[in-house]
Design a protein around this ligand. Structure first.
Ligand code: HEC
Length: 161
């Protein structure tokens, strides 16, 4: 009898949980997220998806190469000047913060230490955004492919500009 009652109580608790999970999203759920996550969701996720994987053949996988662009000269500017970043509606300060977070999240470069992006840097780079990203992207990817493997983690040099 006691066991049966326990089972009923448990079932009721599970049901309540399931119902709770399907009620409307509360504004507090969004507010509780760090600002960068909300910025990413609003401005980038539509194309790059929640985990950064992108869409094969259309939108690059940020998990694979984001950090690597910082290892080659010109890659640092490219990450700001690429149209999806440069023309987003996020302001310069928010863009610098988002890029710094994204680099840490997607995997920082293995061969050097990147300086964090600053608001002033984003302002300057963004003014010269790339109308066509593909040619520069391909040339940077060739340089990345020619890079030697990762150096010892202890004494990483600063990344190139
Ligand atoms: C409309 C779709 C779209 C949106 C929105 C978008 N991107 Fe992209 N992103 C792309 C595409 C496509 C590329 C490949 C370069 C190109 O052709 O523009 C790219 C390239 C990049 C790159 C360079 C990586 C590489 O492998 O070339 C970064 C970094 C990046 N996006 C970050 C962002 C961030 C951060 C946001 C939000 C502020 C964002 N993107 C919004 C489509 C998008």
């Amino acid at each position: 009898m006691a066991l049966k009652l326990q089972a009923i109580v448990l079932a009721a608790a599970l049901c309540a949980g399931a119902v709770g999970a399907h009620t409307a999203i509360r504004p507090a759920d969004m507010a509780a997220k760090p600002r960068v996550e909300v910025d990413y969701a609003l401005h980038c996720q539509g194309c790059h998806l929640a985990d950064g994987r992108g869409m094969a053949g259309k939108v690059p996988d940020l998990r694979m190469s984001l950090g690597r662009f910082l290892e080659v000269p010109g890659g640092r500017a490219y990450l700001v000047q690429v149209p999806g970043v440069a023309t987003s509606r996020l302001d310069d300060e928010g863009t610098a913060r988002l890029l710094n977070w994204l680099i840490a999240r997607m995997g920082p470069p293995a061969t050097c230490r990147p300086a964090p992006y600053t608001t002033a840097e984003v302002t300057m780079l963004r003014a010269n955004w790339l109308r066509k990203a593909r040619p520069l992207r391909e040339s940077l990817l060739r340089q990345i492919a020619a890079q030697p493997g990762s150096a010892s983690a202890r004494s990483l040099p600063a990344c190139p500009a």
